[in-house]
Ligand binder design. Sequence first.
Ligand code: G6P
Length: 368
Amino acid sequence: LMVDKGNHRHFMAKEIYEQPETISHTLSHYLDMGAERVALRETLPFDFARLSRLTMSACGTAYFAGSIAKYWFEKLARLPVDIDVASEFRYREPPLQADGLSLFISQSGETADTLAALRYCAGQGQHVASLVNVRESTIARESQVVFPTLCGPEIGVASTKALTAQLSALASLALAAGVARGAIGPEAEAELVRALISLPSAVSKALKSEGQIVEIAKSLSKAKDVLYLGRGPMYPVAMEGALKLKEISYIHAEGYAAGELKHGPIALVDESMPVIVVAPSDPLMEKTLSNMQEVAARGGRIILITDEDGAAQAGHGIADIILIPKVSSFVAPILATIPVQLLAYHTAVFMGTDVDQPRNLAKSVTVE
Ligand code: G6P
């Protein structure tokens, strides 16, 4: 495999910086950018309009991609969605409705549990689709339709560009489903497509906060535990942020739904606990801000990821604000993954860990 790190110290850094191009490349497969329409090239063995339910299964970071996409499919396409980690789904053997679509998300296309979940759904007569980065993979071969992510080979064990490519594809698929199901009219479609088209340049801008993130990472590297909070589609972004941090820096981290703070994790909050709040300005932000104030009142060190409007609303008691460009709330979860990747990466660099090959982890888990 002829892939090198270029000018970067690690593959992970190179892959983080490739994202404006890998997102754009993936989007160009799913969209007709000139016409501002979603335009799927794959022949679908099912009709979005007739689907009873979408069932997604995946592992690790791909599971968080599906968890974010659940919000899109429900909101934009009014399609009922289930999502589970494949290792739970496969043994639960859930009953599946007729006319259901099962979608498997996997960078490698070889993850054993995801493949087993696929085989279960195929056996139950579901429509079987996959979203993979490796077209020749087993999961792709056993699917009725394969949706590609076009981000090139991902070498770093901690997934970055594969996640944003999965999200770009899933956002497009949710749009296609919304159009087919009559939930999105032509004007809304054009507006949502424009939001996607503007994403690569917003990602480039978000990457420019690296200098500030390095400073924050220096202080994070001294923490024993870190809490990530988010609401709505920012909740899976928070979980992904925590996963990324623990995978490569070995610092314990948890992602929590902001509204669940008072049902447990607030007991942990003190001056030594950084709390990373992922909350770009949107109608839910006010709720998340009030959770943030509960953290501040207990001396928790808040790092807020938001846009300028969000920063203006945020008030006092915040240690650091990482600004991301203001984008439509549709694409905001994709953009918000960028600072959480950079935070994990630079914290790991301060810790001196093997960033691309973290201990005990494998790029592709082909055994149970
Ligand atoms: C491993 C990798 C993760 C990845 C997960 C699922 O745990 O370390 O980065 O998200 O497997 O892999 P897949 O290839 O199915 O996306």
